[in-house]
Design a protein around this ligand. Sequence first.
Ligand code: ADP
Ligand code: MG
Length: 697
Amino acid sequence: MTKNVPELFGCMVFNEEVMRQRLPHEVFRSLLKTIEQGKEIDPSIADAVAEAMKNWAIEKGATHYTHWFQPLTGVTAEKHDSFLTPVGGGKVMMEFSGKALIKGESDASSFPSGGLRATFEARGYTAWDPASYAFVKDGTLFIPTAFCSYTGEALDTKTPLLRSMDALSNQGVRIIRLFGDQETKRINTTVGIEQEYFMIDKAMYEQRKDLIYAGRTLFGAPAPKGQELEDHYYGELKTRIHDYMADLDEALWRMGVPAKTKHNEGAPAQHELAPVFSTTNMAIDQNLLMMTYMKKIAEEHGLVCLLHEKPYASVAGSGKHNNWSIGTDSGKNLLKPGKTPAENKQFLLILAAVVKAVDDYQDLLRLSVAHPGNDHRLGGNEAPPAVISMFIGDDLQAVVDSIICGTDYKDKGRSKMNLGIPSVPTFTKDTTDRNRTSPFAFTGNKFEFRMPGSSQNMAMPNIVLNTIVAESFCQFADVLEKAEHFDEAVEKLIKETLTAHSRIIFNGNGYSEEWKREAARRGLLDLRTSVDAYQAFAAEKNIALFTRHGVMSEAEIRSRQEVMFENYAKLINIEAQTMVEMATRDILPAVNAYTAQVAAGATAKTSAIKGVNITMETDLINTLSDLVGEGYEALKVLKKADADARAQQAGEKMAVAFSQSVIPAMQRLREKVDAMEELTASDYWPLPTYGDMMFRI
Ligand code: ADP
Ligand code: MG
């Protein structure tokens, strides 16, 4: 059966082409301006757009519409309303007004607000984001929206994201104007998101309460085989997985998500899916949609898709690589080294801006990926460390070194150029090996931020990236706009910036022990846990940054920080309670039953043959009984730690208690239980094992 991909691609999306066909010309032009330049929407066109959208959606089978938003829960929210409007005589019409398209009202009181929204003022508003296409899914027209409180404070992730994109554009345009670009009206940030995930058979998933409640295994002895043979990465796709991926691709294409690359990842049963990049807000909406479909299509194949950062303790976890770039509204990538020295001067200034931003705001970048699930990855063996550094590759490093030292730059294989700052060389784009151990790597024409976790909404990493780079641009523009001799001033600024911030650049192995020591020597931040990172969020310098660029107010920052602490405590509490339940009701009884069975067997053997060898039984009964006793003690300690943590004041204090006492208590219980698993007969063990879950699919 052939698939006509160009025809089915985006067939459920109210995209530019559909708008062109269905909107009156003037309305279309006006809307396009809003989309392309971030201009405010002209409210007078809303009715026409709403009418066209409704008619199109009905043709696609829709009966309802919903404002689709991203509250601080980490997942998306939707409330469906039908187009139905009574017209008297017991009849109805299908209606959708411009007002209903632009603004929705919803009860905000059940969404996390971190104290922003007083409970007596429960009203919240959703506002249409015209720059992200509406689409029809499951008989409903989905309209991407921002979500704010009655008083206008953001209660979601999209609002600050859009503000950060504006901030970067405003400051970036100042920079390129200085280099003579008078045409560009807007600078866009583009993002390509690589999504890693695990698949598991649904029947096994359903036997694991930990996967159901916490999304990850809280117990589990390592399987005899892990990823040591490196035979899974890019390996042949199993038929079942292949079929799943094919259906997923098709579903995503229909929804206008340009799914492009798919392959097996490092760990058994781990995979990756990457779409083609797009404008940041659209890429993030599409990533959220993609996660929804990854789970939905899995069900159709008797599978479950695990998006948690660390479903299994002994193998690699899942990340979400954020490939980030900036470009002009005419599509010119500003992170691409140019062909002429002048272009390269602009490139080097932008590179210097990013280097400075990453160094100045290591804490915010770390914060942007702080998530309980990601704590199992960062600093682990397969993922970037919790320390932020950046990789620029050998070619660019040579350029940077020559600038800092004022020496010659040798373009490999070509003629030697006298750099003798102030002149700037031409150079080819990064040709060196890629560095998979760097948290933030330059990859030729974009940066790959590799720390985000697989389950995260990518808004926060991009809010931070956009804002910190906007700040560097702002500082640079302040200097350069006043400079008498522009060329000299640029060169001086590049040199000074790279010199001052070179400590953040590290091209070596980010997973090595030496790097940990070296990073400490360089004075780089090492915020090990999410809680450490949350604490850094509301530092004075960070509040100053976000408010200066109009991305988040102090109240919005503090409320978000509060939500982070609360969310952390809630998640760890769920994990602790799940462990308690599994150990008490499933695991310890199973081990006791097995021990009793072994004991009964030993008694039977001894009564049959006096003095028969029962060393195995004796050892097993002793060891398992010790483990059960110790496990029981660990269980009590965990219950107490959890109760004590919950008794703390909600917010920071509670999060700290969960991080510092509950997590270690969980770890101790797990060690005992995993040791029991290794000694208990398969018939008695109440859970699918790591081997079952990762290899039998
Ligand atoms: P890797 O080799 O790092 O696994 P992939 O091909 O899986 O790379 O993913 C790279 C991602 O980067 C893709 O989503 C791709 O569309 C995206 N990308 C490419 N160019 C840009 C750009 N200019 N801005 C943002 N993302 C980009
Ligand atoms: Mg990839």
